[in-house]
Ligand binder design. Structure first.
Ligand code: FE2
Length: 377
């Protein structure tokens, strides 16, 4: 699974190569009803069936549906009985991201390097095989109960991983144009941002590419700090947020309260045509955060000329920002589970390699309006 390569600023040279990562292999969510979640991700987001594991494949404690859209693979897993680690994870955190799997050339070496550099063990290098070949996987903890699993799959030709069978139901909603994971953001506790940035630097050889402080990202009420870590080839970017002091509760604290600890806040997925994608997602029931209409009266003064007409951007609520290398279009969904925790970002990059700093203020004010409605501000 290779992600699309962006034009990378020089800073990526500072990332180190002891941990070659080929891309995001899959993202696994622990959810309370994998069958219904699979239906939702197919219907609303346009994912397609790929693979299945559960009772019919000899797995007795869990059921997993694997869905794919272009280069993005989601695994949706639920327990089949009480008292499992998966069930406990769901009870504590609600539906959320458990695994961010990284595609590596050598999962044993990746594990050894990471452990040697201070990572907390999750899974020893383990070989699994079926009639389609062999994989090796290993795993380490990152923030909270979230883990990275290293997947070595060069000797495997099956549909996903050993133990999974091809899944192909009659229900095939069309794609919405989502192409690859652009970045995945983690929320960590106050004072812990540097701990986790250093973890990605020391353990996985990442380099810091962007930093925002509370002066960049604050409104009257809420503030946060954020740093973006990237691996050497720029295919994997993990921004890390921590709350900063504000007059009222920050959106990061709200997340930490409801997730009951650190975890993945949002998954940003790229499209080549954000207007078409967001129009489709909206028609399929995905709800997005909206900024006030006045945003569109000022946006062109801020970002200069863009290829798109402003009318559909305004109609759909798509945001625009520019950096030295170009511009980007982005929009954020509302949380996609009962707790105000995980959400998605849809992003189209037109040269820009940044993350939409110019939109933060308008966006956070929109989030605060939602928090107000939830009574959690
Ligand atoms: Fe983002």
């Amino acid at each position: 699974m290779s992600n699309e390569t962006l034009d990378l600023p020089k800073i990526y040279d500072e990332a180190q190569d002891f941990m070659p990562l080929l891309g995001t292999d899959y993202i696994e969510l622990y959810v309370s009803n994998s069958k219904q979640a699979a239906h939702f991700y197919k219907t609303a987001f346009g994912f397609q069936d790929l693979a299945y594991a559960g009772l019919e494949t000899g797995i007795t404690d869990r059921e997993s549906y694997v869905l794919q859209q272009d280069k993005i693979r989601l695994v949706l897993t639920s327990p089949l009985r009480s008292g499992t680690d998966i069930g406990l994870h769901i009870d504590k955190h609600g539906d959320g991201v458990k695994v961010v799997a990284l595609w590596v050339p050598d999962a044993t070496k990746a594990y050894d390097e990471a452990i040697k550099r201070g990572a907390k063990h999750y899974m020893e290098p383990t070989s699994e095989e079926d009639s389609d070949g062999k994989i090796i996987k290993s795993g380490i903890y990152t923030y909270g109960e979230t883990v990275h699993i290293f997947i070595e799959r060069s000797a495997y030709n099956g549909v996903f991983l050993p133990g999974y069978k091809k899944y192909d139901s009659a229900y095939k909603p069309t794609s919405t144009g989502l192409k690859y994971v652009d970045h995945m953001v983690g929320n960590v506790e106050l004072g812990e941002m540097m701990t986790w940035c250093n973890f990605y630097k020391d353990v996985l050889g990442f380099a810091q590419i962007v930093s925002f402080d509370d002066k960049d990202i604050s409104t009257d009420y809420t503030a946060l700090m954020s740093k973006v870590m990237s691996n050497g080839n720029g295919r994997i970017k993990f921004p890390i947020n921590e709350p900063a002091d504000g007059k009222k509760k920050s959106q990061i604290e709200e997340y930490l309260d409801f997730y009951e600890g650190p975890g993945v806040q949002h998954i940003a997925v790229a499209t080549d045509d954000i207007i078409k994608t967001v129009r489709e997602l909206t028609a399929r029931g995905i709800e997005f955060l909206r900024v006030p209409d006045v945003y569109y009266e000022m946006v062109l003064d801020r970002v200069g000329e863009i290829d798109e007409d402003i009318a559909p951007l305004r109609e759909l609520g798509i945001l625009v920002d520019r950096d030295d290398e170009g511009y980007l279009l982005q929009i954020f969904t509302k949380p996609i589970e009962p707790r105000p925790t995980l959400f998605f970002e849809i992003i189209q990059r037109k040269g820009a390699t940044s993350f939409g700093k110019g939109n933060f203020k308008a966006l956070f004010e929109a989030i605060e309006r939602e928090q107000e409605l939830r009574g959690t501000l």
